[in-house]
Write a protein that binds this ligand. Structure first.
Ligand code: GLC
Length: 436
C-alpha cells in the first residue's frame, strides 16, 4: 500500500517535472526565435547621403524620394542642400573626397565634372551594371558626357540645354519675326527696350562662375568659334571668332540692351527680370518654362522659346548641361546606392520629376510622352536641340580651364582688360594647362 502511494506520488512529481521541462523548453525555443527575428525588425535603415543645389532639392523631395522610400523601406535618402552654383557644389564634393571617406554615397554630378571625378578615382565604375540596351534608351550625348576613358561613371538623371526665350506678344505687336542672327537680336532689342517701362532687351548670365562659360560656348558656336578641341586639345580662345563673340556681349551692355548688372547675374537673377516682364529676351535653361508660365506669372501665355541665334559662319549653339547620378568609391552601401540610381533614372521617376520641375529628360521616350507633351508641348522639338547640343570640353582639367576662361572673360566684359589681351592670356594659360 505504502509502495503504491509512493509510486503514485512519484508519478505526480514526474508529471509536474515534465510539465516544467516542457515549459522551460518552450520558453528557450521562443527566446531563440525572438532573438533571431528581433534584430531584423529593428535594424536601422541604410541612409544614402546626396548633396545637390537647393533649388534642385525641392522637386526631389516633393515626389521621387518619397516614392523610392516607400518601395524600399530599408533605404533612406538624405538630401543635403548645397549652394545654388555648380562650381560651389563641386568644391564641396571635391573637398569631401580629398579629405577621404566622403560623407556622400550618391553623387549628383553636373555633366562637366565626370572626367575630373573619374580621373581622380573618386567614383565607382558602373560600366558592367547597365547593359547597352538599357543605355540606348538615353540620349547619346548625355551618356557620352558620363564616360571617361571608355568607362561609364554615372547614369543621366536629367539633361539640360541652353535656349533663347522671347516675348512673342511684344514681337508680334511690333511686326518682328523671332530673331535668327545676332544682328536680329540686337535690332529687335533696340526697338523694344523701353526705359520708361523698365524693360531691357536681353538678359544673360554674365557673372564670373560656371554659368558664364556655359552661356559663352553658345555665343562662340554661333560665331563659328571653339574653346578647346577635346581630340587635339587645340585652344581657340585667341581666334577672331572668340573676339567677335565677346564684342557681341559687350555691345549689349554698351547699347543698354542689357543692364550693367548683367555681369553679376546668374540664372535666377535673369529669370526673375524676364518673368517680371522686364526683358524682351532671355538666355536660360528649360527649368524657366514652368515657372514663367505658371498662372501667377505676369508673362504667362506671352512667351516662346527657340534655339540660340547665330551668324552665317556659325550654328545655333545649345550648351549641353545636365545632371547624372554616380556612386562614391568610399560608400559603405554600393548595392543600395545602385538600387537608388536605378529607380531615380527610371522612366517612371523621371516622368514625375520632369512634370514637377520642367527639367529636360535624359530618356528619349519622355520627349514624346503624352503626359509630358500635354504639359510641355515644345519637348519633341527640344529633343532635336539636345541631339545637336555643344559639350563644354570633356577633359579632366575642365575645372581649371573653365576657371581661366571665367576670369579673363569676366575681366573683358567689365572693361578691366581689352578682349584681345584677355583672350591672349586665357589662350596661353589654357595651352599651358593642357601641356601644349
Ligand atoms: C545648369 C546646367 C549645368 C551647368 C549650370 C551652369 O545647372 O545643367 O550643366 O553647369 O547650369 O550654371
Amino acid at each position: 500500500m505504502l509502495d503504491l502511494e509512493a509510486i503514485d506520488q512519484l508519478r505526480k512529481v514526474l508529471q509536474k517535472l515534465k510539465f516544467k521541462v516542457l515549459t522551460i523548453f518552450l520558453i528557450v525555443v521562443f527566446g531563440i526565435v525572438i532573438s533571431s527575428v528581433k534584430p531584423a525588425q529593428t535594424q536601422e535603415p541604410v541612409t544614402l547621403n546626396l548633396l545637390m543645389t537647393a533649388p534642385d532639392a525641392e522637386p526631389w523631395k516633393n515626389g521621387i524620394v518619397k516614392d523610392f522610400e516607400v518601395k524600399n523601406p530599408g533605404i533612406r535618402i538624405k538630401i543635403i542642400e548645397g549652394p545654388n552654383a555648380t562650381d560651389l557644389l563641386e568644391n564641396m564634393y571635391t573637398s569631401a573626397f580629398i579629405l577621404g571617406d566622403s560623407p556622400y554615397d550618391l553623387i549628383n554630378m553636373d555633366v562637366i565634372w565626370t572626367p575630373k571625378f573619374a580621373a581622380a578615382g573618386w567614383l565607382l565604375d558602373l560600366t558592367d551594371k547597365i547593359t547597352k540596351d538599357e543605355l540606348a534608351a538615353f540620349s547619346q550625348k548625355d551618356v557620352e558626357g558620363r564616360r571617361y576613358k571608355g568607362k561609364l561613371y554615372a547614369v543621366p538623371m536629367r539633361s539640360d540645354v541652353g535656349m533663347l526665350y522671347y516675348r512673342k506678344d511684344l514681337l508680334k505687336e511690333a511686326g518682328f519675326n523671332p530673331p535668327e542672327s545676332f544682328d536680329d537680336l540686337i535690332k529687335i532689342s533696340e526697338a523694344l527696350k523701353d526705359k520708361s517701362k523698365d524693360r531691357w532687351g536681353y538678359v544673360w548670365q554674365g557673372k564670373q562662375y560656371e554659368g558664364l562659360a556655359a552661356m559663352f560656348v553658345e555665343v562662340l558656336e554661333g560665331f563659328g568659334g571653339y574653346w578647346v578641341n577635346p581630340e587635339t586639345l587645340e585652344v581657340g580662345l585667341d581666334k577672331p571668332e572668340t573676339l567677335q563673340a565677346i564684342e557681341f556681349l559687350k555691345n549689349t551692355i554698351e547699347t543698354e540692351i542689357s543692364p550693367d548688372g548683367v555681369t553679376t547675374y546668374q540664372e535666377e537673377e535673369t529669370r526673375r527680370i524676364f518673368q517680371n516682364g522686364n526683358s524682351v529676351f532671355l538666355r536660360n535653361w528649360p527649368y524657366v518654362w514652368p515657372l514663367a508660365t505658371q498662372e501667377s506669372s505676369p508673362i504667362d501665355g506671352k512667351i516662346a522659346i527657340k534655339p540660340m541665334v547665330h551668324n552665317k559662319n556659325g550654328s545655333s549653339g545649345a550648351c549641353l548641361g545636365g545632371w547624372a547620378l554616380g556612386i562614391s568609391k568610399s560608400t559603405k552601401h554600393p548595392e543600395e546606392a545602385w538600387k537608388a540610381i536605378q529607380y531615380f533614372t527610371s522612366e517612371e521617376a523621371q516622368r514625375k520629376f520632369i512634370l514637377e520641375a520642367g527639367f529636360v529628360p535624359s530618356r528619349r521616350s519622355l520627349f514624346t510622352d503624352p503626359q509630358i507633351v500635354a504639359k510641355y508641348p515644345h519637348y519633341p522639338e527640344l529633343l532635336k536641340v539636345v541631339d545637336k547640343a555643344v559639350l563644354r570640353p570633356p577633359i579632366a582639367q575642365y575645372a581649371q580651364a573653365s576657371d581661366i576662361l571665367q576670369r579673363y572673360l569676366s575681366a573683358a566684359l567689365t572693361n578691366r582688360i581689352t578682349p584681345e589681351a584677355a583672350m591672349k592670356n586665357a589662350a596661353s594659360e589654357t595651352r599651358q594647362l593642357l601641356g601644349r
